[in-house]
Design a protein around this ligand. Structure first.
Ligand code: 6CS
Ligand code: FE
Length: 304
């Protein structure tokens, strides 16, 4: 196959996926760091590290008091019947436990403060080289005993195919509200994997998100490609105490194990996208996912 391809809807697709019968690995065609050290707040050593590895962890980014306020809010939401019945709430496949709540920056005043925190936004703006808006936000509860895994994936693969983000100019910021240890199912990443795009096999089913947010089966990379990425880059779990923050590129291969410890691993994820990378029609040709998963209307920059 030659790239880019033209889709049935006339779009130019530089990162086709879920169309071939065999997986393939393409080179990244977009920059990783869009801003400069002079823009701040990250210095050139940190920018270089992010560029090379595809992620950056910052310990003690938030104080214990700040984190406690957010944790209280997480507990309140988990115990609220109406919150757990909302479409934004995703339930674990087996236990019925609360797995995620999406669009927290829209529906919750306390967590909106966290999602729009000026120190987070400043870093996102620097890495993405200009104004950003929130494409997606969520809590992943990962409860003790019952919090299930997130299988290996590139977020960009889904955001491109199902949401129509054209370019890799997007990042996630994971804020740890509990300690992320080697035991409780921490985020695991494959350093350097953000430079390769693994095109997956399997056509996207309609309303895929209903199943995929509980357990993903399409847009899943093949085992050979994963093996090669790990052979080159290894696996790192950026562990940290509550209040630590990890920024990671939208195309970094990542996942996490189930949590069989009694200790929850609750993180808030905020996805910042450049205002110059607005979504197009989904590249899979299906209708877009609902706005609580992927913003399609409000591109007002955060932090302005
Ligand atoms: O479908 C999505 O948008 C997402 N799914 C995963 C497993 N990670 C990022 C994002 O929330
Ligand atoms: Fe992810």
């Amino acid at each position: 196959m030659t790239y880019p391809i033209q889709t049935a809807t006339g779009q130019t697709d530089r990162y086709p996926s879920r169309i071939g019968s065999e997986p393939s690995v393409l080179e990244r065609q977009d920059p990783i760091v869009y801003g400069r050290a002079e823009d701040g707040p990250l210095d050139s050593a940190r920018l270089t590290l992010y560029e090379k590895e595809g992620f950056l962890s910052l310990e003690s980014f938030f104080s214990t008091d700040e984190i406690q306020a957010y944790l209280d809010e997480l507990a309140r939401l988990r115990d609220s019947r109406s919150e757990c019945r909302a479409p934004e709430a995703i339930i674990e496949p087996d236990s019925g436990e609360l797995r995620s709540i999406f669009a927290i920056h829209k529906h919750n005043a306390v967590l909106r403060r966290l999602c729009m925190h000026p120190r987070l936004v400043a870093i996102a703006r620097q890495l993405l080289g200009g104004p950003v808006y929130i494409h997606q936000s969520r809590i992943n509860y990962k409860s003790g005993f019952r919090g299930r895994e997130f299988y290996w994936h590139s977020d960009f693969e889904t955001w491109h195919v199902e949401d129509g983000l054209p370019a890799m100019r997007t990042l996630s910021c994971s804020v740890s509200l509990t300690p992320n240890t080697e035991h409780n199912g921490p985020l695991m990443v494959i350093p350097g994997s953000h430079r390769k795009y693994v095109a997956c096999v399997g056509e996207t089913p309609e309303a895929h998100y209903v199943a995929s947010l509980r357990r993903q089966e399409y847009g899943v990379p093949d085992e050979d490609s994963l093996g090669r990425l790990v052979a080159e880059g290894g696996i790192v779990a950026p562990k940290g105490s509550a209040g630590s923050v990890t920024f990671f590129d939208c195309n970094l291969m990542h996942g996490s194990n189930s949590n069989i410890t009694p200790l929850p691993r609750s993180n808030v994820f905020i996805v910042f996208n450049s205002v110059d990378n607005r979504p197009q029609a989904p590249f899979c040709g299906l209708p877009p996912r609902p706005p609580f998963i992927a913003e399609r209307e409000d591109f007002r920059p955060v932090g302005d």
